[in-house]
Design a protein around this ligand. Structure first.
Ligand code: PHE
Length: 449
């Protein structure tokens, strides 16, 4: 297998790809929205703690299982199983993750398509193609289908080219472009009137809310979604890392980038809302909370861009390109989960597997588009609030309880000889065994109640 199944050619390649998967609409749209509705910096604080104390250990479990197995999620989990029962369980968990990735992609592609449609609207406005601009942001089924298909097409093209020429090459190009755009936009927005009020709302914690269970649950869910856990994605990306790399630091770097970009996105979106307020745009819902979700991205922000005069359309273009790029480096990772399974378990040629999986998932997206009022929320909840936490928890159970300790330490030692004497090794095994599964289960049960 080895080289023929592909491998990231450098540490940077993996970091860009994994951070590309992690950083997506969840960071730039979800995180600021959650922060705005959950007490500002109190949410940020809780999020930071949970991301490093719970999501990072679970993330390590997934990438280590992948690197050990050097295979798709199902095969990798099977490799650490010993009994027949465990192997069957491995199949269920691995396959569950793959299905979860496919389901997430089916609705994520629709949201990402909207981002692209708004970018096209700005571009068309700049060149004076008014009818194209109007159509791009019309709420029609045809427009939803068209942009979702365009987005899936881009995802498929990249994944067809494999690990080095597809995932790694494009992540290395797109991630720096995205970060550059984000920083430029932050600098610009912070110079505008009203931005200081936004900064205050963002960075001034309402400490009384820190222990609010709803806030804890939202923060944990957000951290798991953001690190792409429980979807087979990090297992498969881990499987493409060379045995020479130090997994403990690589994992920490990816987590750090993910959290930092979420934080930066907050510095853009929340001040932008207050700038909009200064311009007379409505930013509060009836109950006095900040507007969130689609209203924020597709009404508040575009109204702000409109109020900026001629420059506004370029700012809007930059913002929606930023969103589209962030979404693309995530969607390719979601497609890689099912594709690697079909290629390795069923000997299907990569290009064929990618095209057909893309078509299959797009078909689900179309069904959602035709029933958008009911199905979008349903699929999103099913995959992210049920699927992801359950599978992520089971991956921790695999790493903590099923994987033999000797074999586990051998795996971590590759690329990290001294690991046995580090704090990581003193804490992490115990953590994945008890703390992570219990915490995830607690959150899960609470959200039921
Ligand atoms: N982490 C991505 C985001 O924040 C979403 C994602 C979820 C990607 C699951 C892959 C798998 O937008």
């Amino acid at each position: 297998m080895g080289a023929s199944r592909g491998e990231f050619t450098s540490r940077l390649g993996f970091i860009m790809a994994a951070a590309g998967s992690a950083v997506g609409l969840g960071n730039i749209w979800g995180f600021p929205t959650q922060t705005a509705t959950n007490g500002g910096a109190a949410f940020v604080l809780v999020y930071l703690i949970l991301a490093f104390c719970l999501a990072y250990p679970a993330f390590m479990a997934e990438i280590l299982i992948g690197r050990y197995g050097q295979a798709n999620a199902v095969t990798s989990l099977e490799k650490i199983s010993r009994t027949q029962m465990q192997k069957r369980f491995a199949f269920i968990v691995g396959f569950g993750g793959i299905v979860c990735a496919a389901l997430i992609l089916s609705f994520y592609g629709i949201l990402a398509g909207w981002m692209t449609s708004y970018a096209v609207e700005s571009g068309a406005t700049i060149i004076g193609a008014t009818s194209v601009a109007e159509w791009a942001v019309s709420d029609s089924i045809a427009r939803n289908i068209f942009f979702c298909a365009v987005f899936m097409f881009l995802t498929v093209i990249i994944i067809r080219n494999g690990v080095e020429d597809g995932i790694e090459k494009w992540s290395k190009r797109l991630m720096p472009a995205m970060i550059g755009l984000l920083i430029l936009l932050i600098i610009y927005v912070l110079t505008l009137d009203g931005a200081d009020k936004g900064l205050e709302a963002y960075l001034n914690p309402d400490i009384s809310r820190v222990l609010d269970p709803d806030l804890l649950i939202s923060a944990l869910g957000q951290a798991f979604f953001s690190l792409s856990l429980g979807t087979s994605v990090m297992v498969i990306y881990g499987s493409y890392i060379s045995k020479k790399e130090n997994m403990v630091t690589i994992g920490a770097q990816v987590t750090f980038i993910d959290v930092s970009i979420a934080f930066l996105a907050g510095l853009l979106v929340i001040p932008a809302m207050y700038v909009a307020l200064e311009q007379g745009v409505q930013i509060f819902a009836e109950d006095g909370s900040l507007l969130a979700g689609p209203t924020l991205v597709f009404q508040v922000l575009p109204s702000l861009f409109d109020s900026m005069g001629q420059l506004g359309v370029f700012v809007g273009l930059a913002f929606f390109i930023l969103m589209s790029i962030a979404a693309l480096t995530s969607s390719i990772s979601m497609l890689e989960g099912p594709v690697s399974f079909l290629v390795e378990r069923h000997n299907i040629e990569r290009k064929t597997a990618t095209t057909w999986t893309g078509i299959g998932i797009l078909a689900i997206s179309f069904v959602i588009i035709f029933n958008i009022g009911t199905m979008l929320d349903f699929v999103a909840t099913l995959a992210t609030e049920y699927g992801q936490p359950i599978i992520a928890m089971l991956c921790c159970v695999f790493a903590g309880w099923i994987w033999q300790r000797n074999s586990l330490i051998e795996e971590i030692k590759q690329g990290n000889e001294q690991v046995e004497s580090t704090l990581f090794w003193k804490i992490w095994p115990w953590y994945t065994k008890f703390v992570c599964p219990l915490a995830i289960a607690a959150v899960f049960i609470h959200s039921f109640i």
